[in-house]
Design a protein around this ligand. Structure first.
Ligand code: PGA
Length: 253
Protein backbone atom coordinates (compact mmCIF):
# COMPACT_ATOMS: atom_id res chain seq x y z
CA UNK A 1 0.00 0.00 0.00
CA UNK A 2 1.18 3.50 -0.80
CA UNK A 3 1.86 5.78 2.19
CA UNK A 4 -0.69 8.55 2.74
CA UNK A 5 0.65 11.73 1.16
CA UNK A 6 0.24 15.07 2.87
CA UNK A 7 1.28 17.70 0.32
CA UNK A 8 1.58 21.30 1.51
CA UNK A 9 1.31 23.96 -1.19
CA UNK A 10 2.53 27.26 0.26
CA UNK A 11 1.73 29.16 -2.96
CA UNK A 12 3.20 32.69 -3.06
CA UNK A 13 3.47 33.02 0.72
CA UNK A 14 6.30 33.29 3.28
CA UNK A 15 9.45 35.32 2.90
CA UNK A 16 12.73 33.42 3.07
CA UNK A 17 13.09 33.53 6.86
CA UNK A 18 9.45 32.69 7.55
CA UNK A 19 9.52 29.73 5.19
CA UNK A 20 12.73 28.39 6.63
CA UNK A 21 11.36 28.68 10.15
CA UNK A 22 8.15 26.86 9.22
CA UNK A 23 10.14 24.06 7.57
CA UNK A 24 12.39 23.77 10.66
CA UNK A 25 9.36 23.60 12.96
CA UNK A 26 7.73 20.92 10.82
CA UNK A 27 10.91 18.83 10.61
CA UNK A 28 11.45 19.04 14.36
CA UNK A 29 7.83 18.05 14.98
CA UNK A 30 7.74 15.06 12.68
CA UNK A 31 10.88 13.55 14.19
CA UNK A 32 8.89 12.77 17.31
CA UNK A 33 5.62 11.80 15.59
CA UNK A 34 4.85 8.33 14.24
CA UNK A 35 2.77 9.90 11.40
CA UNK A 36 1.21 6.51 10.70
CA UNK A 37 3.60 5.97 7.81
CA UNK A 38 2.52 9.16 6.03
CA UNK A 39 4.80 11.00 3.66
CA UNK A 40 4.90 14.80 3.77
CA UNK A 41 5.82 16.88 0.76
CA UNK A 42 6.45 20.60 1.14
CA UNK A 43 5.92 22.88 -1.86
CA UNK A 44 7.50 26.19 -0.82
CA UNK A 45 8.48 28.93 -3.26
CA UNK A 46 11.61 28.58 -5.41
CA UNK A 47 13.61 30.81 -3.09
CA UNK A 48 13.17 28.35 -0.20
CA UNK A 49 14.01 25.12 -1.96
CA UNK A 50 17.77 24.93 -1.64
CA UNK A 51 17.85 26.04 2.01
CA UNK A 52 15.11 23.60 3.00
CA UNK A 53 16.79 20.79 1.07
CA UNK A 54 19.76 21.16 3.43
CA UNK A 55 17.46 20.52 6.41
CA UNK A 56 16.13 17.21 5.09
CA UNK A 57 17.08 14.24 7.21
CA UNK A 58 17.42 10.74 5.74
CA UNK A 59 14.59 8.43 6.87
CA UNK A 60 12.42 11.32 7.96
CA UNK A 61 9.40 11.16 5.72
CA UNK A 62 9.57 14.64 4.32
CA UNK A 63 10.35 15.53 0.74
CA UNK A 64 10.50 18.67 -1.33
CA UNK A 65 8.37 19.70 -4.24
CA UNK A 66 8.26 22.75 -6.49
CA UNK A 67 5.12 24.63 -7.45
CA UNK A 68 6.03 25.05 -11.09
CA UNK A 69 8.70 24.61 -13.75
CA UNK A 70 9.28 25.54 -17.38
CA UNK A 71 8.46 23.08 -20.15
CA UNK A 72 12.03 23.26 -21.55
CA UNK A 73 15.08 21.90 -19.76
CA UNK A 74 17.37 24.90 -20.40
CA UNK A 75 17.70 27.92 -22.64
CA UNK A 76 16.96 31.59 -23.14
CA UNK A 77 13.81 31.82 -21.04
CA UNK A 78 14.42 34.79 -18.77
CA UNK A 79 12.88 34.42 -15.35
CA UNK A 80 12.03 30.74 -15.63
CA UNK A 81 13.16 27.69 -13.63
CA UNK A 82 13.63 24.28 -15.24
CA UNK A 83 12.92 20.80 -13.93
CA UNK A 84 16.65 20.03 -14.26
CA UNK A 85 17.46 22.94 -11.92
CA UNK A 86 14.90 21.66 -9.43
CA UNK A 87 16.36 18.17 -9.52
CA UNK A 88 19.76 19.65 -8.61
CA UNK A 89 18.44 20.84 -5.23
CA UNK A 90 16.81 17.57 -4.13
CA UNK A 91 13.34 18.38 -5.36
CA UNK A 92 11.41 15.19 -6.11
CA UNK A 93 7.95 16.44 -7.09
CA UNK A 94 6.54 19.27 -9.20
CA UNK A 95 2.97 20.57 -9.17
CA UNK A 96 1.53 20.90 -12.64
CA UNK A 97 -1.92 21.90 -13.89
CA UNK A 98 -2.90 23.70 -10.69
CA UNK A 99 -6.08 25.67 -11.36
CA UNK A 100 -4.38 28.92 -10.31
CA UNK A 101 -1.88 28.45 -13.12
CA UNK A 102 -4.59 27.42 -15.56
CA UNK A 103 -6.72 30.47 -14.68
CA UNK A 104 -4.09 33.16 -14.02
CA UNK A 105 -1.39 32.12 -16.48
CA UNK A 106 -3.47 30.60 -19.27
CA UNK A 107 -1.96 27.13 -19.00
CA UNK A 108 -4.04 24.68 -21.03
CA UNK A 109 -4.07 20.89 -21.20
CA UNK A 110 -1.59 20.66 -24.10
CA UNK A 111 0.88 22.99 -22.44
CA UNK A 112 0.57 21.02 -19.20
CA UNK A 113 1.37 17.83 -21.16
CA UNK A 114 4.69 19.41 -22.23
CA UNK A 115 5.55 20.33 -18.65
CA UNK A 116 4.81 16.78 -17.54
CA UNK A 117 7.27 15.52 -20.17
CA UNK A 118 9.95 17.91 -18.89
CA UNK A 119 9.36 16.87 -15.29
CA UNK A 120 9.51 13.15 -16.12
CA UNK A 121 12.62 13.59 -18.26
CA UNK A 122 14.42 14.87 -15.16
CA UNK A 123 13.22 11.86 -13.14
CA UNK A 124 10.93 13.98 -10.99
CA UNK A 125 7.32 13.11 -10.22
CA UNK A 126 4.56 15.38 -11.49
CA UNK A 127 1.60 16.02 -9.22
CA UNK A 128 -1.01 16.64 -11.88
CA UNK A 129 -3.93 18.74 -10.66
CA UNK A 130 -7.32 18.43 -12.30
CA UNK A 131 -10.70 19.76 -11.27
CA UNK A 132 -13.83 21.38 -12.57
CA UNK A 133 -15.26 24.89 -12.07
CA UNK A 134 -18.59 25.20 -10.23
CA UNK A 135 -20.63 25.91 -13.37
CA UNK A 136 -19.42 22.64 -14.90
CA UNK A 137 -20.43 20.64 -11.84
CA UNK A 138 -23.79 22.38 -11.68
CA UNK A 139 -24.42 21.28 -15.26
CA UNK A 140 -23.36 17.72 -14.36
CA UNK A 141 -20.51 17.84 -16.87
CA UNK A 142 -17.73 17.31 -14.32
CA UNK A 143 -16.86 13.76 -15.36
CA UNK A 144 -16.52 14.74 -19.04
CA UNK A 145 -14.47 17.80 -18.02
CA UNK A 146 -11.99 15.71 -16.00
CA UNK A 147 -11.83 13.10 -18.76
CA UNK A 148 -10.76 15.80 -21.21
CA UNK A 149 -8.09 17.09 -18.80
CA UNK A 150 -6.71 13.56 -18.34
CA UNK A 151 -6.88 12.73 -22.04
CA UNK A 152 -5.14 15.86 -23.28
CA UNK A 153 -2.44 16.04 -20.61
CA UNK A 154 -1.67 12.40 -19.78
CA UNK A 155 -2.69 10.00 -22.53
CA UNK A 156 0.47 10.54 -24.57
CA UNK A 157 2.45 8.92 -21.74
CA UNK A 158 3.60 5.31 -21.82
CA UNK A 159 2.33 3.16 -18.93
CA UNK A 160 5.67 3.28 -17.07
CA UNK A 161 5.63 7.09 -17.34
CA UNK A 162 2.05 7.38 -16.18
CA UNK A 163 2.92 5.34 -13.09
CA UNK A 164 5.20 8.19 -12.02
CA UNK A 165 2.34 10.69 -12.06
CA UNK A 166 0.36 11.52 -8.95
CA UNK A 167 -3.12 12.90 -9.64
CA UNK A 168 -4.67 15.54 -7.39
CA UNK A 169 -8.40 16.03 -7.82
CA UNK A 170 -9.05 19.63 -6.82
CA UNK A 171 -12.49 21.01 -7.71
CA UNK A 172 -11.85 24.69 -8.39
CA UNK A 173 -14.83 25.80 -6.32
CA UNK A 174 -13.34 24.08 -3.26
CA UNK A 175 -9.93 25.80 -3.42
CA UNK A 176 -9.55 28.45 -0.73
CA UNK A 177 -13.33 28.73 -0.27
CA UNK A 178 -14.03 26.56 2.76
CA UNK A 179 -16.40 24.52 0.57
CA UNK A 180 -15.72 20.85 -0.05
CA UNK A 181 -17.47 18.18 -2.09
CA UNK A 182 -19.24 15.46 -0.14
CA UNK A 183 -17.21 12.34 0.60
CA UNK A 184 -19.41 10.44 -1.85
CA UNK A 185 -18.66 12.97 -4.58
CA UNK A 186 -14.90 12.64 -3.97
CA UNK A 187 -15.10 8.86 -3.93
CA UNK A 188 -17.12 8.86 -7.17
CA UNK A 189 -14.61 11.17 -8.86
CA UNK A 190 -11.56 9.12 -7.91
CA UNK A 191 -13.37 6.01 -9.18
CA UNK A 192 -14.22 7.81 -12.42
CA UNK A 193 -10.57 8.84 -12.84
CA UNK A 194 -9.46 5.22 -12.31
CA UNK A 195 -12.09 3.98 -14.79
CA UNK A 196 -10.90 6.46 -17.42
CA UNK A 197 -7.29 5.34 -16.91
CA UNK A 198 -8.27 1.66 -16.92
CA UNK A 199 -10.00 2.12 -20.29
CA UNK A 200 -6.95 3.81 -21.83
CA UNK A 201 -4.24 1.75 -20.06
CA UNK A 202 -5.21 -1.18 -17.84
CA UNK A 203 -6.98 -1.92 -14.58
CA UNK A 204 -3.89 -2.77 -12.55
CA UNK A 205 -2.22 0.48 -13.47
CA UNK A 206 -5.41 2.44 -12.79
CA UNK A 207 -5.89 0.76 -9.40
CA UNK A 208 -2.30 1.54 -8.41
CA UNK A 209 -2.39 5.23 -9.32
CA UNK A 210 -1.91 7.60 -6.40
CA UNK A 211 -4.86 10.00 -6.23
CA UNK A 212 -5.02 12.92 -3.80
CA UNK A 213 -7.91 15.18 -2.89
CA UNK A 214 -7.33 18.95 -2.58
CA UNK A 215 -9.51 21.93 -1.73
CA UNK A 216 -10.18 23.47 1.72
CA UNK A 217 -8.57 20.61 3.67
CA UNK A 218 -7.93 21.48 7.28
CA UNK A 219 -7.32 19.92 10.70
CA UNK A 220 -11.05 19.32 11.18
CA UNK A 221 -11.90 17.57 7.93
CA UNK A 222 -8.64 15.82 6.96
CA UNK A 223 -9.41 12.46 8.54
CA UNK A 224 -12.62 12.22 6.49
CA UNK A 225 -10.69 12.59 3.25
CA UNK A 226 -7.80 10.29 4.02
CA UNK A 227 -10.10 7.57 5.28
CA UNK A 228 -11.73 7.29 1.85
CA UNK A 229 -10.56 3.98 0.35
CA UNK A 230 -9.64 5.38 -3.06
CA UNK A 231 -7.92 8.54 -1.82
CA UNK A 232 -4.19 8.27 -1.11
CA UNK A 233 -3.65 11.66 0.51
CA UNK A 234 -4.38 15.36 0.36
CA UNK A 235 -3.03 18.56 -1.17
CA UNK A 236 -3.37 21.39 1.33
CA UNK A 237 -3.01 25.11 0.67
CA UNK A 238 -4.07 27.66 3.28
CA UNK A 239 -4.09 25.28 6.27
CA UNK A 240 -0.46 24.31 5.64
CA UNK A 241 0.83 27.84 6.19
CA UNK A 242 0.41 27.93 9.94
CA UNK A 243 2.52 25.61 12.03
CA UNK A 244 -0.15 24.98 14.69
CA UNK A 245 -2.82 24.06 12.15
CA UNK A 246 -0.42 21.92 10.15
CA UNK A 247 0.72 20.21 13.36
CA UNK A 248 -2.93 19.38 14.16
CA UNK A 249 -3.29 17.95 10.67
CA UNK A 250 -0.22 15.75 11.12
CA UNK A 251 -1.26 14.72 14.63
CA UNK A 252 -4.59 13.49 13.36
CA UNK A 253 -3.03 10.95 10.98
P1 PGA B 1 -6.64 25.29 -0.18
O1 PGA B 1 -5.77 25.13 -1.50
O2 PGA B 1 -6.30 24.15 0.73
O3 PGA B 1 -6.26 26.62 0.40
O4 PGA B 1 -8.08 25.22 -0.58
C1 PGA B 1 -5.54 23.89 -2.08
C2 PGA B 1 -4.68 24.03 -3.31
O5 PGA B 1 -4.77 25.04 -4.01
O6 PGA B 1 -3.90 23.13 -3.63
Amino acid sequence: MHPTIIAANWKMNKNFQEGLQLAKDIIQFIQTEPLAGAQIILFPSFIHLEAISKLLIPDVKLHLGAQNCHEQIAGAFTGEVSAAMLASVDVRYVLVGHSERRQNFGENNDFIAKKIDAILSCKLQPIFCCGEPLSVRENSRHYAFIEQQLTESLFHLKPDQLQQVIIAYEPIWAIGTGLTPSLTEIEEMQQTIRNILAKQYNTTLADNMVILYGGSCNATNITNFISLPGINGVLIGGASLHFKEFMHILSSL
